[in-house]
Design a protein around this ligand. Structure first.
Ligand SMILES: C[S@@+](CC[C@H](N)C(=O)[O-])C[C@H]1O[C@@H](n2cnc3c(N)ncnc32)[C@H](O)[C@@H]1O
Length: 322
C-alpha cells in the first residue's frame, strides 16, 4: 500500500479501516493537530447548551481527545467512549482514567465530593450497531468520525434509536473542500483513479439527519489550512492518524512510483508563501431527536414515509375539497 491514498468512501471496507486506525493509535495524538482544535470547538459549543446529561456517548472516540473534554463538562454523568478500534481505546484509557497512584492520593486527600465522579466506560463497538438500549442516552457526540461512514442513513438511524426524545446529537465531519490540493494533484497525476475521498456536503448531512428522524438540524462550516514544508508532510500526517485506505487493486511497482512522483510534483503547484497548504473543511452539526417517531404502514424505522408527488397531490386535493 502506498502511504498516499486517502480513503475513497464508496464501498469502504470497514475491516481495513479498523486495521488502519488500530495501527495508527500510537502515532495519532502527535499528528492530530486539527482533530484537537476541532474538539476544542465542539467543547465551546457544548458549553453554550444547558442540558441535563446523565448518560452520554462519544462515538468514534479514538484516543479520547473530545472524550476528555466531556469528562470535564459532565463530571457526574455516565460517559461511554465508543470506538471500533481496540488499540485506539487502549490509548484513550491512558488519557482518561486517573492513574492508580494519582487516584489513591486523590482519594486520601480530597473530600469525596471533589473526586472526579465521571463514570467512564470504554466500549469497543461499531457506530452502525451501538450496544445501547433504545432511548437510553441524553447526548451523543462524534468528532471527525462520520466521514468514514459510507452509509450515513444507517448510522444516523442508529444514533436516533439510542437517543431519548429531545436528546441531542453534536458532531463534526469533513466537507467537500477537504484536501482539495491533494485531490487536484492526484487528479493531474492519475485521472483514472480516485485517491481522495469525496466528502459529503453539509446540506446532504442535514437531509440525512431529517430522514433518520432528527429535528431542527443546524449546520455550519469552518475552513482550516494546515501548512507543510513538503507535500510528503501532508501524507505522513494522514498516515499517522490512520487516514489511509488499503485497496488491494491499486497499481504498484514502477508505474505506481512514477504516478506518485507526478502527484508530488503537481502538489508543488499549490505552494503558497513557500509553504504547502492542506485545506480542511470542517462541518459542524447538531440536531435533536424528534419527540415522536411516527409508526404505521409504509413508514421506515425513523417514521418517514415515502410517497410519490402524484399521490401527495391527490391526497392533499382530497383533504381540501369542500
Ligand atoms: C479521525 S479519528 C477521530 C477520533 C476522535 N474523535 C478525535 O477527535 O480525535 C476517527 C475514529 O473513528 C473510529 N471509527 C471509524 N469508523 C468507525 C465505526 N464505524 N465505528 C466506530 N468507530 C469508528 C476510528 O477507529 C477512529 O478512532
Amino acid at each position: 500500500m502506498k502511504p498516499t491514498d486517502f480513503t475513497p468512501l464508496e464501498g469502504v471496507n470497514r475491516k481495513h479501516l479498523q486495521q488502519h486506525f488500530s495501527q495508527a493509535a500510537p502515532s495519532y495524538d502527535e499528528a492530530a493537530i486539527l482533530q484537537k482544535t476541532v474538539a476544542e470547538r465542539v467543547e465551546e459549543r457544548l458549553q453554550l447548551t444547558k442540558l441535563d446529561i446523565k448518560h452520554l456517548a462519544d462515538i468514534g472516540a479514538g484516543t479520547g481527545l473530545l472524550t476528555e473534554k466531556l469528562q470535564r463538562l459532565y463530571p457526574q454523568a455516565h460517559l461511554y467512549a465508543v470506538d471500533f478500534s481496540l488499540p485506539m481505546l487502549q490509548t484513550a484509557r491512558q488519557r482518561l482514567e486517573p492513574k492508580g497512584m494519582a487516584r489513591s492520593v486523590l482519594k486520601n486527600w480530597l473530600p469525596h465530593t471533589l473526586l472526579p465522579q465521571t463514570r467512564l466506560h470504554l466500549v469497543n463497538a461499531d457506530a452502525y450497531q451501538l450496544p445501547f438500549a433504545d432511548g437510553s442516552l441524553d447526548l451523543l457526540t462524534s468528532n471527525l468520525m462520520l466521514q468514514w461512514c459510507d452509509d450515513l442513513d444507517s448510522v444516523f438511524r442508529e444514533f436516533r434509536r439510542v437517543l431519548r426524545p429531545n436528546g441531542m446529537l453534536m458532531f463534526t465531519s469533513f466537507g467537500p473542500d477537504t484536501l482539495k490540493e491533494l485531490r487536484r494533484a492526484w487528479h493531474q497525476a492519475d485521472p483514472e483513479q480516485t485517491h481522495v475521498n469525496h466528502f459529503i456536503d453539509m446540506h446532504d448531512l442535514g437531509d440525512a439527519l431529517i430522514r433518520a428522524g432528527f429535528g431542527q438540524p443546524v449546520m455550519d462550516v469552518e475552513h482550516f489550512t494546515l501548512t507543510y514544508d513538503q507535500p510528503m508532510g501532508v501524507l505522513r500526517d494522514l498516515k499517522a492518524i490512520g487516514a489511509t485506505h488499503a485497496a488491494a487493486n491499486r497499481s504498484r511497482g514502477l508505474m505506481g512510483k512514477a504516478r506518485f512522483q507526478a502527484m508530488l510534483n503537481a502538489y508543488e503547484q499549490a505552494r503558497h508563501d513557500s509553504k504547502i497548504p492542506a485545506t480542511y473543511e470542517v462541518v459542524h452539526g447538531h440536531a435533536w431527536a424528534s419527540r415522536e417517531i411516527l409508526k404505521g404502514p409504509n413508514r421506515d424505522r425513523s417514521g418517514l414515509v415515502e410517497i410519490s408527488l402524484e399521490t401527495f397531490a391527490k391526497q392533499t386535493q382530497q383533504k381540501h375539497r369542500p
